[in-house]
Design a protein around this ligand. Structure first.
Ligand code: NOJ
Length: 543
């Protein structure tokens, strides 16, 4: 019996390829240097051409942009930076016309401090109903001058900020992102209504931000091992009081019911950083999330043993609850894989970012490995997530100067952790003006590195060996061969790593020597024109 059996009666989200659009950096129609919804609408045909099934948009809601839009001030409107609700509707219509589904980001763990609820809370008394929408507490110490507990912010520094009347509020991220109190029924009702607002506008689903942080242990006790884990957790140790609380599951169940009450196959994907995957599997039981991001796979780097273990663990955990495994190598929070695989970057460095002062990646090696990793990933059964720009093989921008930095991590750590700006740089569409076709004005909210000109989409379209054309070929074959819905079995784990899916042998050469191609028809390789399979190369072979 194969390790993973082919899906029966597959729904789109079980095997689809979902492309993450980071609206700030995708395409800028009004030339102000910031991407926008009309820019997305204009360029959607290019994504159809690429061959993806769906797009997921990072936040475009009304926001002071303290965390690039993950600080939402109004969940039912579009920030003028990105356009209007009408622009949103046009974007969804265009996507649907092209046969692309649209998922949007939902940010329920925290709002912006500019949200009317938080402003009202600030203007209300201690213990008031208004304050109960968030976690307000008195401090410790003689005059309440110490934070209520030892929790740390994911972006550095304490997770508490004191307000004028002496109380403190909790924020697991930036101080401009107060955590909502999900014990409060009004908060729950409001979010159900927000879901319906967007489902009524035709969205096909949601990517849910930080769902594993929404529940907090009653009484908000100290993090038991904060000195070792900081804001986070250590796998295998007890759950800290701000992560993975059981109370969240009934919230997801109520959301799933709402999604299922709509026609079509609406789906939600949780950004649940929950490990091990046997634990994450509880989040994708048949009445909760449809899927979660597979961070085990993303974090595996390109190390053979870790990768094998991650894939085994994924199928075991997700098949156990009848959920699809998902696969992902990039997003807007980690160093791009074309650079990450060109250096020795662990999980922490990958999300803390690499700046001019840090060891620089070998991007020549990085792109070779990245192309191979993508080919390997796109042959795995399940859903795959791509992040804008990876289809161009874009490297991380690792030399952004301090004056351009925007990530709150940079500011909260006084530059010690440069943050995630390097993977968020505007896309090069056409080699030409200063922003390489991101817009006509040449303006750009983050500067592009020089290398982006040669990697612009138009120059890659005409180059048969380009990364763009490799992605296109892989996505087309994946669809033709139904690999997303396929089965999985390892073939060997010696010098090469191979598996079979629907009669296609996928082989990656992990050794330092070239090896003969296995017997069969070579359909696609991550590096071209060779008679043997080079090191760091993946091939798809029809048996
Ligand atoms: C996860 C998002 O992907 C990240 O960009 C954001 O900073 C945090 N959640 C907080 O919303």
């Amino acid at each position: 019996m194969p390790l993973h059996q082919a899906a029966v009666g597959s729904q789109w989200w079980k095997s689809g390829v979902i492309y993450q659009i980071y609206p700030r950096s995708f395409a800028d129609a009004n030339n102000d240097g910031m991407g926008d919804l009309p820019g997305i609408t204009q360029r959607l045909p290019k994504l159809k051409e690429l061959g993806v099934d769906a797009v997921w948009l990072s936040p475009f809601y009304t926001s002071p942009q303290k965390d690039a839009g993950y600080d939402v001030a109004n969940y039912r409107d579009v920030d003028p930076l990105f356009g209007t609700l009408e622009d949103f509707d046009q974007m969804v219509d265009r996507a649907h016309e092209l046969g692309l589904r649209v998922m949007i980001d939902l940010v329920p763990n925290h709002s912006s401090d500019q949200h009317v609820w938080f402003q009202n809370a600030l203007n209300s008394e201690k213990g008031s109903k208004e304050r109960s929408y968030y976690h307000f507490k008195d401090g410790k110490g003689e005059n309440g001058e110490l934070p209520p507990n030892n929790w740390q912010s994911m972006f550095g520094g304490p997770a508490w900020t004191r307000i004028e009347d002496g109380q403190w509020y909790c924020h697991l991220f930036d101080s401009s992102q107060p955590d909502l109190n999900w014990e409060n029924q009004i908060v729950r009702d409001e979010f159900e209504d927000i879901l319906k607002f967007w489902l009524d506008r035709g969205v096909d689903g949601f990517r849910v931000d930080q769902p594993h942080a929404m529940g907090k242990e009653p009484g908000l006790p100290d993090h038991p091992y904060v000195d070792e884990a900081g804001a986070g957790f250590i796998e295998g140790r007890e759950n800290p009081p701000m992560w993975f609380q059981d109370s969240v599951h009934e919230i997801f169940r109520s959301w799933r019911k709402i999604l299922e009450s709509y026609p079509g196959e609406r789906a939600m994907c949780g950004e649940a950083y929950v490990l091990p995957l046997s634990f994450m599997a509880q989040w994708v039981r048949s009445d909760e999330f449809h899927q979660t991001f597979n961070f085990r796979f993303l974090d595996a780097g390109w190390d053979k043993d870790t990768l094998v273990a991650a894939i085994d663990e994924s199928f075991e955990a997700f098949d156990g609850v009848g959920a699809p495994s998902t696969w992902v190598l990039n997003n807007h929070d980690v160093m791009r894989h074309a650079s990450r695989f060109g250096g020795d970057y662990g999980r922490t460095t990958a999300s803390d970012g690499v700046g001019p002062e840090n060891p620089q990646p070998n991007n020549e090696l990085g792109i070779i490995k990245a192309r191979a990793a993508t080919l390997f990933m796109l042959a795995l059964p399940g859903a795959s997530y791509l992040y804008q720009g990876e289809e161009l093989g874009l490297p991380e921008h690792t030399t952004i100067q301090p004056e351009f930095r925007q990530d709150p991590t940079f500011f909260r750590t006084s530059g010690q952790r440069v943050g995630r700006d390097g993977c968020r740089v505007p896309l090069p569409w056409e080699d030409g003006n200063e922003s390489n076709g991101f817009n006509e004005s040449g303006k750009s909210w983050l500067p592009q590195p020089q290398s982006y000109a040669a990697l612009s989409r138009d120059s890659q379209e005409t180059d048969s060996k380009s990364t763009l054309n490799l992605y296109k070929a892989a996505l087309k074959l994946r669809a033709d061969l139904a690999l997303g819905e396929g089965s999985f079995d390892w073939v060997s784990t010696s010098e090469s790593l191979s598996f079979v899916n629907n009669g296609i042998l996928v082989v990656h050469n992990f050794s330092n020597e070239s090896i003969p191609f296995p017997d069969g028809e070579v359909l696609l390789t991550s590096s071209y024109g060779q008679t043997r399979l080079l090191p760091n190369t993946t091939a798809w072979i029809r048996l």
